[in-house]
Write a protein of this length. Structure first.
Length: 596
């Protein structure tokens, strides 16, 4: 397939503006909860004003600019404004602690920071003496009585006298090989690395994504993922190139209301969101019991039959189709309505999703297309196609991207999506990208004759038991995540005689169980430590163990408090920091292996 080969990101944006200028670009909710929108022409005007103000502040080509904010219109406006001047966007997760912000600000050599609000500003003010290279801080929302801090209105006013010709000259000078962004990896192990992505990395990946998905002009998407994560960024860039409008959620707390109001056709997500919706639906049906539960189970059985026909690419029999229409009316329509009622498809990425959960949603009329990528390959190599998909696989490679499996089973990728390297880390770069351009992903996988890729584990996560069995814990954790009581799972067992697990529980489901079974408690901590709760979860796991070989089954569990970003056990992209979890719960782990 052919590629347009844009010179830079600005040129890609300008093409959309030139062809679709008056059409809807972005939608958001104002302080009153009402939805507002803009056109591509309006968005481009705002991007140009941002760029001109950056020029007024003396921001030069290749200088680094931080954005410390949750996903919002201003984030994207500023990002496009930065890269259009040839400067470099460096996002920081809004959940980062001040010390983590300081590391990225310092390591990236940033000279300017945009912050979302007073809360984020306080983080920067607390480390002000440790970031001497920062010239100014700009607030998206609010103001502060300090000349060092500019309101967004003050910032935009700086560029009013900068001629458009200066902006156009800078935008036209940006070359494909120039750096567009540094994206810091989540840091599941070790120090976060700054992945350098070029304009060509991004524009190429966008075109490969568009040729692999059905993101289409006018079909709206919904975004709640953090824009500091390249998965979210590539999704938004691809939507922009297709002139597909995006609605931004207000916060993670308002997703349920916002997605209903925006009625998207599609959205990207990480598996954790699908897992939580699945657990809530299953728990709700079981809590109702009686006839309602029987109808629910009948509907799911019908939906699974329909799913099997679709997966086999066979027509659904007429009688089954009639049953499915009734199942949709009685059960599935409620699930679809919770996602806005117009969803045609979703993307799942950043971590593996349980095939059982993907199959459940498919049965309910919601297609989840799993894909894969990593920051180092601009967050995209493979994705299931809308008309050619499998659950448990991450699909075929995008156009222009090569894959191969190394002798040790590691997945290697190559293409114009491969990063420029790690910022200021040449040794780590050389260890990750071979001389002939192959990127070592760290994933263990297999590729079949149709080019479908299946990931079976991570090299660094592989568990080798005392009996010499090699086990990829992710597959086990995905199955255990389907248990309604379980929230998160960390499988343990390296150099041990058997596998065990640290698990966290779903607070609502466990509290309902306790109330129904006469278990007295003051808070969740009481339930975590309650023997009957542990036994109930263990019993559920024993049932799920039938999915595994004997050496893969979970013999013992310990329930622990939730792994969160705040307690340092979860990355901003919702991945477990397993090495830190194991270290923190060493005493509890050893208690599960008393004779080792």
């Amino acid at each position: 397939m052919s590629f347009k080969n844009f010179q830079n990101i600005h040129q890609m944006l300008k093409e959309t503006v030139d062809h679709h200028g008056e059409k809807s670009a972005y939608r958001w909710f104002n302080d009153a909860g009402q939805m507002e929108s803009n056109s591509w022409n309006t968005f481009y005007r705002d991007v140009k004003n941002v760029s001109k103000s950056l020029l007024a502040l003396g921001i030069e080509k290749n200088q680094k600019v931080n954005i410390l904010s949750y996903t919002c219109l201003q984030w994207l406006m500023v990002d496009f404004g930065i890269v259009s001047t040839g400067a470099v966007t460096v996002g920081i997760y809004q959940s980062n602690l001040p010390k983590d912000c300081q590391y990225i600000i310092d390591h990236s050599d940033a000279v300017l920071i945009f912050v979302e609000n007073e809360e984020q500003l306080e983080k920067i003010l607390s480390i002000r003496n440790d970031i001497p290279n920062i010239r100014n801080v700009v607030m998206f929302n609010g103001s502060h009585p300090d000349d060092w801090v500019l309101s967004f209105e003050q910032f935009i006013a700086l560029g009013k006298d900068v001629p458009d010709s200066d902006f156009e000259q800078r935008a036209n000078e940006v070359q494909p090989a120039d750096m567009a962004g540094i994206v810091y990896t989540s840091g599941t192990t070790g120090v976060p690395k700054g992945v350098m992505l070029s304009h060509d990395n991004i524009t190429f990946t966008v075109e490969s994504v568009l040729q692999s998905t059905v993101i289409q002009e006018g079909e709206g998407g919904f975004l709640f993922l953090p824009l500091a994560h390249v998965f979210a960024r590539i999704t938004v860039y691809a939507a922009m190139a297709a002139s597909a409008p995006i609605t931004f959620t207000r916060s993670m707390e308002t997703i349920v209301d916002d997605i209903k109001a925006s009625q998207p056709i599609w959205f990207p997500s990480v598996p954790r969101i699908y897992e939580k919706v699945y657990a809530k639906v299953i728990g709700g049906a079981e809590a109702k019991g009686g006839l309602a539960l029987k109808i629910f189970r009948w509907a799911v059985a019908v939906g699974n039959q329909v799913s099997d026909f679709k997966l086999a690419k066979k027509p659904v029999p007429a009688l089954l189709n009639q049953k499915y229409k009734l199942a949709t009316k009685l059960v599935f329509s409620k699930i679809q309505a919770a996602l806005g009622g117009q969803i045609k498809w979703c993307i799942s990425g950043a971590a593996p999703i349980s095939p059982d959960i993907a199959k459940f949603f498919h049965a309910a009329g919601i297609l989840i297309l799993e894909g894969i990528g990593m920051t180092e390959n601009t967050s995209f190599t493979n994705v299931n196609r809308f008309d050619n998909y499998r659950f448990g696989w991450v699909g075929q490679a995008g156009p222009g991207i090569e894959l191969k499996i190394a002798d040790d089973g590691e997945l290697l990728t190559r293409g114009r999506n491969t990063m420029m390297g790690y910022y200021k880390m040449p040794e780590e770069t050389a260890a990750t990208i071979s001389e002939d351009g192959w990127l070592h992903t760290g994933d263990i996988g297999e590729i079949d004759e149709e080019g479908f890729l299946r990931i079976t584990g991570r090299k660094k996560d592989l568990i080798i038991t005392a009996g010499g069995k090699n086990i990829a814990p992710a597959a086990i954790e995905n199955v255990l995540a389907t248990c309604k009581y379980i929230n998160q799972v960390c499988v343990i067992g390296d150099k041990r005689k058997f596998l065990s697990a640290l698990v966290t529980v779903d607070p609502d489901v466990v509290k309902e169980y306790a109330a129904a079974n006469g278990i007295e408690f003051n808070d969740l901590e009481d339930l975590i430590e309650h023997e009957q709760i542990t036994q109930t979860v263990q019993t559920q796991i024993e049932t799920l163990n039938t999915n595994f070989a004997s050496y893969e089954s979970i013999k013992k569990i310990t329930i622990v408090p939730e792994f969160t970003i705040e307690n340092g056990l979860l990355t901003p992209t919702m991945k477990l920091k397993k090495n830190i979890i194991i270290k923190r719960y060493q005493t509890e782990i050893e208690a599960m292996y008393p004779n080792s």
